[in-house]
Ligand binder design. Structure first.
Ligand SMILES: [Mn+2]
Length: 340
């Protein structure tokens, strides 16, 4: 903050507040200043806040913005997170009457690099995801609906220690698998369907995110070819990902594999993303990002896909921990073509 010339920072994103303090209520704000930091929350959370937040002054209030205005009267350059809604911004501007500096990624840039404890929790979230996937393979059969499969995964991951899903599970069967984000519906899975399953959990606040594509009863040659291409793209990135690789190459390496097989136009989304406390966090990737480099202890998804509206789609997604010399694949579920 000093380096950026800031007197104070108003933190409103609950994930950032958790990251800074370990406080995980649904309401709270933080005011950071040079000599003292404040966590403002209301009576519902005050005991919990006092228990977990030892290095900030914890204040109970139902009007945190007014409190922040009182605490920062002598300060002039106050940053705020530009993700706040307009009403909050307007109230803040009216109360503070000073220079407000919008900030996009101040804390997110810290969150991109995971520490040892965070890696442990994400590793565990991935293990739960792997186990639930292994179990759901025995559950999937013709006649089960996509929603039943999604609910099975949700319940199973909670049984294994997850606090919930990290996002609404995608279970897309038959031609619906060509929808990259086909959230589960009441459609029954049919014999001969391809089924794309993209899901994950939160374990002690940290996410996992995995996709596997399987086949029910049979698989035709076209889908076999597509599957092999997507798997080759996923594997090519695992082979090359390491600290120092450019963001541009992170996208280019797997995308080239798919393009050289003639399906470039059918890979319609980004190659991957960071995740942690949020299921989608920076970094994101494109081929213009030649001067940004992977760093040790980033955790990134590797999720190439090919989608053909008349046949169906295939996506394979793993979670990679970037290391000095390579990467560790945190999701360990098998990727051989599976027909259940
Ligand atoms: Mn993902």
């Amino acid at each position: 903050m000093l380096a950026e010339g800031l007197d104070a920072f108003v933190v409103t994103d609950m994930k950032n507040i958790y990251y800074l303090t370990g406080f995980s209520g649904t309401a709270g704000m933080i005011l950071l200043t040079e000599h003292q930091d404040y966590l403002l929350t209301d009576d519902r959370y005050i005991d919990f806040a006092r228990e977990v937040v030892k290095d900030m002054t914890v204040i109970s209030t139902r009007e945190p913005l007014k409190e922040i205005a009182k605490l920062s009267t002598a300060l002039t350059k106050i940053a705020f997170e530009d993700s706040i809604d307009f009403a909050t911004y307007k109230a803040l501007a009216d109360l503070l009457k000073t220079e407000l500096i919008p900030s996009s990624n101040f804390f997110m840039s810290l969150r991109q690099i995971k520490d040892e404890d965070e890696i442990k929790l994400i590793r565990k979230a991935c293990q739960i995801t792997d186990q639930a996937y292994s179990d759901v393979l025995k559950f999937i059969e013709p006649g089960r609906t996509e929603l039943e499969v999604a609910n099975f995964l949700d319940f199973r991951m909670r049984e294994l220690g997850a606090s919930g899903v990290s996002f609404e599970a995608i279970v897309a069967s038959g031609k619906r698998s060509a929808l990259p984000h086909g959230v589960a519906t009441n459609k029954p899975i049919d014999l001969g369907d391809v089924v794309t399953i993209d899901f994950g959990c939160f374990y002690q606040h940290y996410a996992s995110d995995m996709t596997r594509t399987i086949f029910v009863g049979q698989v035709d040659d076209k889908m076999r070819e597509i599957y092999a291409t997507v798997l080759a793209a996923n594997s090519a990135l695992i082979e090359k990902a390491k600290a120092g690789l450019s963001f541009a190459d992170f996208d280019k390496i797997p995308r080239d594999v798919i393009a050289s097989s003639g399906y470039g136009a059918n890979f319609t989304h980004g190659i991957g993303h960071g995740f942690g406390l949020d299921i989608h966090e920076p970094p994101f990737f494109n081929q213009k990002m030649t001067d940004q480099l992977l760093q040790e202890n980033m955790i990134l998804t590797d999720e190439p896909g090919i989608y053909l509206s008349n046949n169906g789609g295939v996506r394979i997604e793993d979670d990679l921990l970037i290391t000095k010399d390579g990467c560790e694949v945190l999701t360990q579920s098998p990727k051989d073509l599976i027909v259940v």
